[in-house]
Write a protein that binds this ligand. Structure first.
Ligand code: ATP
Ligand code: MG
Length: 207
């Protein structure tokens, strides 16, 4: 009886090992094929929490490798964010915040468009500058949703940027044209959020 059980276990372990080896071969082949060296366009979208924080986490990773970073936040809350306060004085970070508050607070569309276009001008300069290894356009996707910016010039500038430059764009919804040229797209799902449990927004977590 116990002998039979041992044999069964042995067989299962062998099967498991074979499966693992097969998987490893497939992964190794993929790794061997990924030889291109160039910057990527990463889009972080979806309704869940974690898009901007992921972008700034990646930026911190790049800074750890002594890279240079540029950030433009396209929507500004009433409060200064922790990421702004933390990164603004970093010697290798240029951090710009669009000069206007939330659209649903200002209710002045022409001023919002002006602010968006001024921010885009700065963004365009960054996308031409090979000194930037990584650029974060936080909440940029809303600029297209609200039609504050045309997507075409942004696509052109992204396509013509220095080959090694990595760009991350965040925002709940992403323009189709951006998704068409992106290298990596991650969607953050909203399964639960503390806000719905009545927990107040807090420094260090929400901003
Ligand atoms: P984070 O900056 O925390 O990574 P995010 O960039 O993914 O969040 P945004 O859409 O930019 O999300 O919203 C920013 C703020 O809104 C954060 O304070 C976040 O906690 C909050 N938030 C995000 N998703 C939800 C949600 N599903 N319900 C309520 N609040 C949310
Ligand atoms: Mg965000």
């Amino acid at each position: 009886m116990s002998n039979n059980l041992n044999k069964q276990e042995d067989l299962q372990q062998k099967k498991h090992k074979a499966l693992k080896a097969k998987k490893k071969t497939i992964v190794d082949e993929r790794i061997a094929k990924a030889t291109e060296e160039r910057g990527v366009l990463i889009l972080l979208k979806g309704n869940g929490k974690g898009k901007s924080s992921s972008a700034f986490g990646t930026m911190a990773r790049a800074l750890g490798h002594v890279q240079k970073a540029g950030v433009i936040q396209f929507i500004k809350g009433r409060r200064e964010t922790g990421e702004y306060l933390f990164f603004k004085d970093h010697p290798r970070v240029d951090f710009l915040v669009m000069g206007h508050g939330f659209t649903w607070e200002t209710q002045d569309k022409s001023k919002d468009i002006e602010a968006a276009q001024a921010a885009w001008k700065e963004a365009e300069v960054m996308l031409k500058d090979p000194h930037y290894n990584i650029i974060v356009f936080d909440e940029m996707s809303y600029m297209f949703k609200y039609e504050y910016l045309d997507v075409e010039p942004v696509i052109e500038a992204l396509k013509n940027r220095p080959a090694h430059q990595n760009v991350i764009i965040t925002g709940r919804t992403m323009h189709r044209a951006l998704q068409d040229i992106a290298d990596t797209i991650s969607s953050v799902q909203d399964e639960q959020h503390a806000f719905r449990l009545g927990v107040k927004a807090q420094a260090g977590i929400e901003w």
